[in-house]
Design a protein around this ligand. Structure first.
Ligand code: HPA
Ligand code: ZN
Length: 335
């Protein structure tokens, strides 16, 4: 089944580029930028990656991002991620970045985005992997800071596909970000939000009704509310589910009880994604392999998940059709 998964054309729709910073690159960049890390070795960094909830992880994730200073750093980070994605049979990615994590340290917005765009252009040229960029607002900061970030992004609106909402979920509901999401929508941007990873089903409802999102990131806790499940299914709302992330952040106890198979059976448009692969123990392929093995997913499930990753993407209808046709051709070849 792993060989079948590797060859299956796949897209990744939930990936924080700062979460793809491997400890090796963290040390390289710290050396290049003359920054002293609070860790003695790559092994010591990895040993610190034991989390019992989202906040545990976020504390170390924001600390790691401090080695990123220059445009080259952001480009190298993106290039490293795309190499891993391509090796797993990923052909398209819609990547999140957290500008406030960097601008609050004095790094200009342009340095961050120009570096990432350079890495994305390299991936398309060299690996044939396409990508889109989604700017995430940090929800533990005030909405005014999100509005200032959207303003800083004005010169780049043609190169941004959408905006998202990430960071600490509990206590920071979507209702606090209606103005900035409305402004982003008026500028033609797509909208996504993390909801229902740790937060209650009502946060998912708020993301739909108040922010008017096009996708829900995670969405696990929708399953606690039958009416919400029916609505998400009826609206074909894409859920960007992250199995290894859920395991590492204790959203689930065991991959064998991960709800993604149940989501598919309920008619929900679920996808498999890696979230922060350097921190959670696996890139896109590893998420697919471990989830398929733990839940005994069959070919029908896998094909559905691959198709969902494109129909749930922000690619053009023609590009989506092309990817779906490639999936069908691949499946026909690999009977
Ligand atoms: N949830 C919320 N914020 C995040 C995450 C996540 O899984 N990863 C990076 N920022
Ligand atoms: Zn995430």
């Amino acid at each position: 089944m792993n060989a079948f998964i590797n060859g299956l054309p796949k897209a990744e729709l939930h990936l924080h580029i700062e979460g793809s910073l491997e400890p090796e690159l963290m040390f390289d960049l710290a050396g290049r930028n003359k920054i002293t890390l609070p860790f003695a070795s790559v092994e010591a960094v990895r040993a610190a990656y034991a989390f019992s909830n989202l906040q545990d992880f976020l504390d170390i994730y924001y600390q790691g991002a401090q080695v990123l200073l220059t445009e080259e750093d952001f480009r190298d980070l993106a290039m490293a991620y795309f190499r891993r994605l391509a090796a797993d049979g990923g052909v398209h990615a819609e990547i999140f970045f957290d500008p406030q994590t960097h601008t609050d340290r004095g790094i200009p917005f342009s340095v961050v985005i120009d570096g990432l765009l350079a890495g994305m252009a390299w991936a398309e040229r060299t690996l044939g992997v396409t990508s889109k960029l989604i700017l995430c607002f940090l929800r533990h900061l005030p909405e005014d800071a999100a509005l200032a970030t959207l303003k800083a992004a004005e010169p780049y609106l043609d190169r941004l596909t959408g905006v998202g909402l990430d960071s600490s979920e509990m206590g920071f509901p979507p209702s606090g970000f209606v103005q900035v999401f409305t402004a982003a929508r008026e500028r033609g941007l797509k909208l996504v939000a993390h909801a229902g990873e740790e937060g209650p089903p009502d946060y998912i409802r708020q993301a739909l009704d108040l922010l008017k999102v096009d996708r829900i990131d995670h969405g696990n806790r929708a399953l606690e509310d039958h009416r919400l499940v029916s609505r998400l299914a009826a609206e074909s709302m894409t859920l960007t589910v992250c199995p290894l992330s859920n395991l590492k952040l204790c959203v689930v106890d065991d991959l064998k009880t991960h709800p993604i198979k149940q989501m598919l059976d309920l008619g929900l448009k679920a996808t498999i994604n890696s979230d922060d692969p350097a921190y959670f123990g696996g890139y896109l392929g590893e998420n697919w392999h471990q989830t398929a093995a733990a839940l005994d997913l069959d070919r029908t499930d896998l094909i559905q998940l691959a198709k969902n990753s494109f129909t749930g993407s922000f690619l053009s209808p023609a590009d989506i059709e092309g990817h779906l046709a490639r999936i069908d051709a691949y499946v026909a070849r690999s009977v």
